[in-house]
Structures are given as structure tokens and as C-alpha cells.
Write a protein that binds this ligand. Structure first.
Ligand SMILES: [Zn+2]
Length: 96
């Protein structure tokens, strides 16, 4: 009987590790969208002001000043996102 104990302990620790791994993964699978909160239009660099226009791209919300800019953004999103990420401050993004 005694020789079964180590096997049981190994099996038990394996189950515990698997369970904790599953628990750790669960928050990461939830979709999360981050608001970039740029106060200058990502396309025109004009003040966003009261505009409620936004685009969501790669899990991030970017603010726009007008519909024209939304069309331009959707035509070439990578270009505008890269420009913002290169110099967030000029888009009114607070980077801490
Ligand atoms: Zn605009």
C-alpha cells in the first residue's frame, strides 16, 4: 500500500497544476478593448472636441473629428495607427 502514495501525490499535484493553469488563462481569453483617448483626430490631427466618432482597430478605440476622417482611416488604418504610436503626445494621448 505504501508504494502507491508517491504516485498518488504526483497525480494530485499534476491535477492541481492543470487546474491552476486553466484558471490563470481564463481572464486572457476575455476580449478587451482599450480606449486610446486621443483628443486630436488620428487622421487630421484636428481637435476631436464633441465628436463621438470612433473607430476600433486591433482592440483599440481611436477618436475621429469627422466622417471624412473615418473613411480615410478605414482605407489605410495601419498608416494612421503607426503615426499615432510614433508620437502619441501630438494626438493628445496621455502616456503617463
Ligand atoms: Zn476629420
Amino acid at each position: 500500500m505504501k508504494k502507491y502514495v508517491p504516485t498518488l501525490l504526483i497525480a494530485l499535484s499534476f491535477v492541481t497544476a492543470a487546474a491552476s493553469a486553466m484558471y490563470a488563462e481564463s481572464p486572457a481569453t476575455e476580449p478587451s478593448v482599450v480606449d486610446v483617448k486621443n483628443t486630436k483626430c488620428i487622421v487630421a490631427k484636428d481637435d476631436v472636441g464633441d465628436s463621438k466618432l470612433t473607430v476600433t482597430y486591433n482592440g483599440k478605440i481611436y477618436h475621429l473629428c469627422c466622417d471624412d476622417c473615418k473613411g480615410k482611416f478605414n482605407a489605410d488604418p495601419e498608416t494612421y495607427v503607426k503615426a499615432l504610436e510614433k508620437d502619441p503626445a501630438s494626438y493628445g494621448v496621455k502616456t503617463n
